[in-house]
Design a protein around this ligand. Structure first.
Ligand code: PEP
Ligand code: MG
Length: 747
């Protein structure tokens, strides 16, 4: 097989390598390349078009067309045959170019004389860089062999572009990876950050796309694939047997690693003169290009798997691991396609921000980013292909925007925004020790939400009065194995130590729905958010809850203890959970451990049903905390993770506020302490409204305590209450416009 293809394309690549090695300017290189391709292909014309901006192609070099048209002829994406190749990413091969739909006559090039046309996309890992065209006067379709040869050359040109071989005058030849790029993603954690790129998985650089010893390259490929197979088999044998998702991915890896088609294509690429790594990358590019066209989610996932596998293979071949020897910048902004919670936690607080190509608002990584209080932008499509380690980057977590390699104007505007935020921070620091007392003299207690030991220093820094919600599941989510009781007890004790006597409300394990433990058998449910989650799991399989309650009692070492159960939907669930707590206390007493001097056991109100629970429930429960994130999704039947609907219904919608007022009244009637701990408690306008309708304990992200306190201290809740009621009486859908008008100047 090697001999069979050992013809023109190897010779062409050999000459191309010569051009690459020359010490020449970018334009000169492009000119030589078009000349050599035209000669090798025996065609009259060879042209290279490159993108000058996102949707304009520019003729950058030509052999055969009029030289004056170079850098003058431009085409929009989709325009003419060249524009069509760029848009579809597919080869076009025709013996009658002028008669082909979409042909556009460009007199300045003198191209009407050419009948045959072959356009091949110049693309690298799914990123379209330009189009390589050959044309000839004689009317003929180019053979498959010829198409393949030009594809291989186009791939090498793409690699050369990546290595900066064609830098020259003008936008189309400006150095790649130097242009500013704006990414519009979605926000998963607010905040602004400025820093330098740190790629979670740095791109493998293929320095030698062309090789002249195919036999040696084949050997290298086979060795690397063998290593890859062994590695995948090892991962499969050690994978957690209950984790269906992981097994599915690994099975797909194994399938690809043993795929004959994949191997054959790479072997053919090598036979044509590519190095082993260039062959892997060529197939990876094809898969990426396909990925952008495929809409079926299952197929897309599998193409992603193939992409991951190709990366692994490239790392084996080049010896470039995640550890590339680069130094992490002092102000790193992490960029990844996706990242697990444990990996993110490993980076910890040194990160200034995180940008993901994928991710979701409710993902574990988002939960950790929230806990670390660093801005997180998700769905920043293609950023891992654009960004290079060390690039300057601005993250606007409020708007979900990312400015990569920003120009000076953007930097100035952004700096102003950050300076304003810093000023505000100073203002917040100055009121840190002051109470959140409103103009009308009402005191609102502001607590913070936490989930990691690393959060505790914020307790003093933010001015929060305590921890209103400690999400214990984070400790479970970031581990590869179920934590042991002693470990948990030690951790909870350290949390209480760090809180120095301030109240910490520990929420028992809230798993299920989006939070799936890697080491627990996953249950497939049609509607996980409405499914077997939180206290429902705890009551049906009480082993873990019992262990956790015991760990909490032991951690308290006689100190006061506050525990609450998540997602209680009816009285009986609370009674059963409470009975477990009582049993745990009794067991500890018998074992001779000290019992907490005070124990309060609360419930989270996260489903509308609990708002209408019998009076007895309100009398029995020690306190209630509204989990607004969940409560809102069930109240409006709008999935909190679904971008299509999650912002559709406003928290300040009259019906939701009226519903919350109902809960406030019921709690007041039974003297049941009430707090609110969803994300809305940390948004100043929402927080002021919650306080106005009688919610006097709010728990929020530490960074929100200052802004919320600042607004509350400048607000008269009685007036605000009147504004809310007036808007409701006027029939408004949301009280927001009226409230914003009233609060103008106070924010
Ligand atoms: C909530 O639902 O509002 C809540 C605080 O819990 P979580 O966001 O962890 O589900
Ligand atoms: Mg919840």
């Amino acid at each position: 097989m090697v001999q069979h293809f050992e013809t023109d394309s190897r010779q062409m690549l050999g000459r191309l390598r010569g051009v690459m090695a020359e010490d020449a300017a970018g334009q000169q290189r492009l000119d030589r390349i078009t000349l050599l391709i035209a000669e090798e292909m025996h065609t009259e014309v060879c042209s290279i078009y490159l993108f000058r901006d996102e949707d304009t192609l520019e003729l950058c070099a030509t052999q055969g067309l009029k030289p004056e048209s170079v850098h003058e002829t431009r085409l929009k994406l989709g325009e003419g045959l060249v524009g069509r190749v760029a848009r579809t990413g597919k080869v076009m091969n025709t013996d009658d170019a002028p008669g082909t739909r979409g042909f556009r006559y460009m007199p300045e090039t003198g191209e009407e004389a050419y009948s045959s046309f072959m356009g091949v996309p110049i693309q690298r890992l799914g990123e379209m860089l330009g189009v390589l065209v050959v044309q000839s006067r004689e009317s003929r379709r180019y053979s498959d062999e010829e198409v393949y040869a030009v594809e291989v050359v186009a791939m090498v040109i793409a690699e050369m572009a990546e290595l900066g071989a064609f830098v020259g005058e003008g936008a189309a030849m400006s150095a790649r990876h130097q242009r500013p790029v704006l990414f519009r993603g979605a926000t998963a954690q607010e905040g602004a950050a400025r820093g330098h790129v740190w790629l979670h998985e740095p791109r493998v650089v293929v320095a030698n796309p062309i090789a002249d010893d195919p036999a040696r390259e084949l050997e290298r490929l086979h060795e690397a694939v063998e290593k890859l197979r062994v590695g995948v088999d090892r991962m499969l044998s050690t994978a957690a047997s209950g984790d269906n998702e992981q097994l599915k991915v690994l099975e797909a890896y194994r399938m690809f690693a043993n795929s004959k088609g994949w191997m054959r294509r790479m072997e053919e690429d090598i036979a044509r003169g590519l190095s082993a790594e260039a062959a892997v990358e060529k197939e990876q590019s094809t898969a990426r290009a396909r990925m952008s066209q495929v809409t079926d989610p299952y197929l897309r996932e599998r193409l992603h798997d193939l992409d991951d596998l190709s990366n692994r293979l490239l790392r084996i071949l080049t010896g470039q691991g995640a550890e590339t020897g680069a130094d992490m910048p002092a102000d790193p902004i992490l960029i990844a396609r996706n990242i697990g919670p444990a990996e993110l936690l490993d980076y910890g607080r040194k990160l200034k921000g995180v940008i993901l190509e994928e991710g979701s608002v409710g993902s574990h990584a988002a939960i950790v980013a929230r806990a670390l209080a660093i801005p997180l932008v998700i769905h920043a499509a293609r950023i891992t292909t654009e960004a290079l380690n060390g690039d300057h980057v601005l993250v606007d977590g409020d708007q979900g925007l990312v400015h990569l390699r920003p120009d000076d104007n953007i930097v100035t505007a952004f700096r102003d925004k950050m300076a304003m935020q810093a000023q505000a921070q100073e203002r917040y620091a100055s009121i840190r020790e002051k109470p959140a007392e409103t103009l009308c003299g009402e005191r609102i207690a502001l607590h913070m939400n936490a989930g990691l030991m690393a959060d505790l220093p914020s307790l003093a820094g933010s001015g929060a009065e305590g921890v209103g919600l400690f999400r214990t599941e984070l400790q479970f989510l970031v581990r590869a194995h179920m934590p042991k009781r002693a470990e948990l007890s030690e951790l909870y004790a350290r949390v209480m130590d760090a809180a120095q006597g301030k109240r910490v409300v520990f929420r028992t394990l809230d798993i299920g729905s989006d939070k799936v433990l890697p080491y627990m058998k996953a249950v497939s449910e049609p509607n996980p958010a409405l499914g077997w989650r939180a206290v429902r799991v705890a009551l049906d399989k009480p082993g873990v809850m019992r262990m956790q309650l015991q760990a909490l009692i032991r951690a308290a070492k006689g100190r006061p203890l506050s525990v609450m159960f998540p997602f209680v939907a009816q009285h009986e669930e609370y009674s059963q959970a409470r009975a477990e707590m009582d049993k745990a206390m009794e067991r500890e007493r018998i074992l001779g451990h000290p019992l907490p001097e005070m124990l309060e056991v609360g419930a989270m109100l996260e489903t509308p049903s609990l708002a209408y629970a019998p009076d007895r429930f309100y009398e029995e429960v020690d306190f209630l905390s509204i989990g607004g994130n969940d409560l809102k999704q069930f109240f409006f039947a709008a999935d909190r993770e679904n971008e299509l609907v999650r912002r559709r219904y406003d928290t300040l919608n009259v019906s939701f506020l009226t519903f919350l007022e109902h809960i406030v009244r019921r709690c007041a009637a039974h003297d049941t302490p009430l707090s609110f701990c969803g994300e809305d408690a940390g948004r100043p306008i929402e927080a002021a409204c919650l306080a106005a309708i009688g919610m006097h304990v709010l728990s929020m992200r530490p960074a929100s305590v200052g802004p919320v306190k600042s607004v509350l201290r400048r607000t008269d809740l009685q007036e605000l209450r009147a504004v809310i009621h007036a808007a409701r009486d006027a029939g408004d859908q949301s009280v927001r416009p009226a409230v914003v008008e009233y609060l103008k100047g106070k924010l």
